[in-house]
Design a protein around this ligand. Structure first.
Ligand code: PLP
Length: 391
């Protein structure tokens, strides 16, 4: 067993040892080493996770009192309570797709869908920056795969031209809002490329966008007007939806196929019914949360402009969302900046290679709708003068 110890020591020597932090939360704050810090690393984009009015309303409902806290089984055996079908019907109706399917998490969705759909006659073409769960799903599948440069659709187009005829099915895989760079895919462009072929499917992971974008909160496909053209649109309930679990909207054919082939769906206990009811309770209210989305968008624009002024980089310039990378280059600079902000009362974390490309170490900032304008001003006031500042 010595090799386990050596491997951990090697990680520690390279400053890459991960630990499980013990971080109590107080609303939009985090308590770290006795200090109360504004959480600028949260995925609770709409600020729903700590909304007591919503929580109390749900706790007072009959559904909450009556539903069990365990499904005690996979949905394919005895865990198939009506509440799952109700949430799927709501999702299918909102997205105007034939069907929707629930999963235990976004990770389960992404490691299960691709291995179920893709076989040796399939080619997967994935954006270079897709999430680890999608990479794992690709690796677990029998398909051939290639990764195109981030958002480089000219390269994707060439790959399709060169390879399309060799496969029975091609699946293009992308995120809509990328989690480390905070930039977005051009979904209509991908739809346009896909439609040139009869055997190309488009799989879009909207994990960071569901709830936070769109007139009714459906995500970036809603903003970009192409929900109907995406074959498999997935989202998690663990981020803006302040719950747990995930979903895909798709055709009835794909839903039936996944129900018969997707191992993380078939062989894992379904989420607690009471939890599905909480998701349903929040998702039903998403269209009415436009004011939260607008406030989040306004905060995001202000922080983006301030970061780009004081710590300019092409990565920040392209990030037009509530995820704002402050790129500092070296690991030391990113670690030091995150430490300084933490000491000043702002909880944020350095992100270093290999999570991101070499020499692009950064502090990743994310905003939530329950941060006030004044709180954001306070944070921006800590920024050092612009690098080109000469006074
Ligand atoms: C967070 C995330 C997931 C995983 O979702 P969970 O529900 O947390 O498992 C999947 N894809 C992307 C792009 C994510 O950011």
């Amino acid at each position: 067993m010595e090799h386990f110890k050596h491997a951990l020591e090697a990680l520690k020597a390279r400053d890459r040892l991960r630990r499980l932090p013990d971080l109590p939360q107080q609303g939009r704050h985090i308590v770290s080493d006795g200090l109360k810090l504004l959480n600028l690393s949260s995925n609770d984009y709409l600020g729903l996770a700590h909304d007591e009015t919503l929580r109390h309303a749900f706790l007072a409902s009959d559904t909450c009192r009556e539903l069990p806290w365990s499904s005690s089984s996979s949905r394919l055996l005895t865990g198939g309570l009506p509440i799952y079908h109700e949430l799927e019907a709501l999702l299918a109706m909102r997205y105007q797709h034939e069907a929707a399917l629930l999963f235990n998490s976004g990770y389960h969705a992404n490691i299960g869908i691709l291995p179920a759909l893709a076989d040796k006659k399939t080619l997967i073409l994935a954006d270079k920056l897709v999430h680890a769960s999608l990479i794992d799903g690709i690796r677990l599948s029998d398909a051939d795969y290639l990764r195109y440069r981030h958002n480089d659709y000219a390269q994707l187009e060439r790959l399709l031209e060169q390879r399309a005829a060799d496969y029975r099915c091609i699946i293009i895989v992308t995120e809509s809002l990328f989690s480390m760079d905070g930039d977005m895919a051009d979904l209509p462009h991908l739809v346009h490329l896909k439609k040139r072929y009869g055997h190309v499917m488009l799989y879009v992971d909207e994990a960071h966008a569901v709830g936070a974008y769109g007139h009714t909160g459906l995500g970036l496909a809603e903003v970009q007007g192409c929900v109907a053209d995406i074959d498999i649109l997935t989202g998690t309930f663990g981020k803006a939806l302040a719950s747990v679990g995930a979903f895909a909207v798709c055709s009835s054919l794909i839903k039936d196929y996944l129900t018969n082939h997707m191992r993380p769906l078939i062989f894992s206990t379904a989420l607690p019914p009471v939890n599905i009811a909480w998701t349903h309770f929040l998702f039903r209210q998403l269209p009415g949360m436009g004011a939260r989305r607008e406030h989040l968008a306004k905060l995001s624009r202000r922080l983006h402009d301030a970061v780009q002024t004081h710590y300019p980089s092409p990565v920040t310039a392209a990030a037009h969302s509530h995820i704002i990378p402050c790129v500092l280059g070296s690991n030391e600079a990113a670690v030091k900046q995150a430490q300084e902000w933490q000491q000043q009362g702002y909880y944020c974390l350095p992100i270093r290679p290999p999570t991101i490309p070499p020499d692009s170490a950064r502090v990743r900032l994310s905003l939530t709708a329950d941060i006030s304008d004044d709180e954001l001003d306070g944070f921006i006031d800590t920024f050092t003068p612009p690098t080109h500042y000469s006074g």
